[in-house]
Ligand binder design. Structure first.
Ligand SMILES: Nc1ncnc2c1ncn2[C@@H]1O[C@H](COP(=O)(O)OP(=O)(O)O)[C@@H](O)[C@H]1O
Ligand SMILES: [Mg+2]
Length: 340
């Protein structure tokens, strides 16, 4: 197969995505597939090998990567988006692939969109009976129109300490702890610098644990891993600075908590209708698990948490990449059976 690996992207998570995409491209078996690396610049321009390109339909299940400078175009059998955050993990690039008709790795349009949007995920998870910390969703317009009402709602629903965050971002951008009511305005202003929708959540006081998932209809759930760090919270530096965090796999928790976490991870997967891969993050307070979020394109280098969680079950990184390619092909074929 000829596979286009997409990296970069317009979101704040551009650099993280460049690293993830390079790892994926390097891990694709060259005896099985030909890789075309496509970089999406921060301004949205697509290039491959420095040449401007665009992805267009070529009929059937093929996409064509057209050289916009007149060079030779290439037909592509599969797209592997390794993009984090808005315009990549949120259903938009997935929608492009659907429009073009080409198979692509990972969650489909609706699952990507609802996985990316923490407010929509909160609604779906709650409807599915998945435990979540107390949460208030706030639109920027609402905050501007009546901040006093928002302050009251936060105080009554979440209380303090809390956390404020933009609805659709990742890598801890725009997120801050809100120790007291006096800190709410600044925290919301920061969140609203990134998105017109924000969440305030009760601050969970406890541990952070994560489960990796791989599959389509019946995903395989990895052992539970625990994120260990010395920071006050799992901020950008703790995530990405060398030595900023340690991952303990399996997490040192009772077997019942392990089992419950894997069940809840699959429940979160089903709540958004996920496919391919995901990482589900939890807060653990005592023995009580709360699902924090689902990431449909989690950090994806061979040393990222998702890869290491799956490695805990004996999956080597290149095998994971090959499995994702096969899952994408399977999902595409399964969908084609429905006429639409
Ligand atoms: N309600 C909360 N309680 C405790 N810590 C939180 C809460 N929300 C976020 N955090 C901290 O902020 C980090 C990033 O928040 P998260 O919602 O996972 O956003 P991102 O998508 O950027 O990873 C979490 O890993 C955790 O350390
Ligand atoms: Mg997170």
């Amino acid at each position: 197969m000829r596979i286009a690996v997409l990296g970069g992207g317009r979101s704040s998570e551009h650099d993280v995505s460049i690293a993830s995409a390079a790892s994926v491209a390097d891990a694709i078996d060259p005896s099985l597939h030909e890789v075309i690396r496509v970089t999406i610049a921060r301004d949205g321009a697509w290039t491959s090998d420095g040449h401007p390109v665009a992805l267009v339909p070529a009929g059937g299940d093929l996409a064509r990567l057209v050289r916009l400078d007149g060079g030779e175009s290439a037909d592509v059998d599969l797209v592997f988006p390794v993009l984090h955050g808005p315009w990549g993990e949120d259903g938009t690039v997935q929608g492009l692939c659907e429009t073009v008709g080409v198979p692509y790795v990972g969650a489909d349009v609706a699952a990507s969109a609802t996985g990316m949007d923490k407010a929509l995920f909160h609604v779906l998870a709650t409807a599915a009976g998945i435990p979540r910390v107390e949460t208030v969703v706030i639109l920027h317009a609402q905050w501007q129109a009546d901040p006093a009402a928002v302050r009251d709602e936060v105080a009554n629903t979440c209380g303090y300490p809390a956390f404020a965050k933009p609805a659709r971002l990742g890598s801890s951008f725009g997120i801050s702890p809100v120790p007291t009511a006096d800190d709410l305005d600044a925290a919301l202003e920061l969140a609203f610098a990134h998105d017109d929708k924000a969440l305030v959540e009760r601050r969970a006081l406890g541990r952070e644990v994560e489960v990796g998932l791989l599959g389509n209809a019946e995903p395989h759930a990895s052992p539970l891993g625990e994120i260990l760090h010395d920071a006050d919270w799992y901020d950008h530096d703790a995530k990405y600075e060398p030595g900023g965090m340690r991952l303990a796999v399996p997490a040192d928790v009772p077997p019942a908590v392990q089992e419950r976490a894997r069940e809840l991870a699959v429940a979160a997967w089903n709540a958004i209708g996920c496919s391919g891969l995901a990482r589900v993050d939890f807060f653990l307070e005592g023995d009580q698990l709360y699902v924090s979020e689902i990431n449909t394109i989690p950090g994806f280098t061979d040393t990222s948490v998702w890869g290491r969680l799956m490695a805990g079950d004996g999956f080597a990184y290149p095998d994971l990449v090959q499995q994702l390619i096969e899952l994408a092909t399977d999902r595409h074929a399964a969908k084609a059976a429905y006429r639409g």
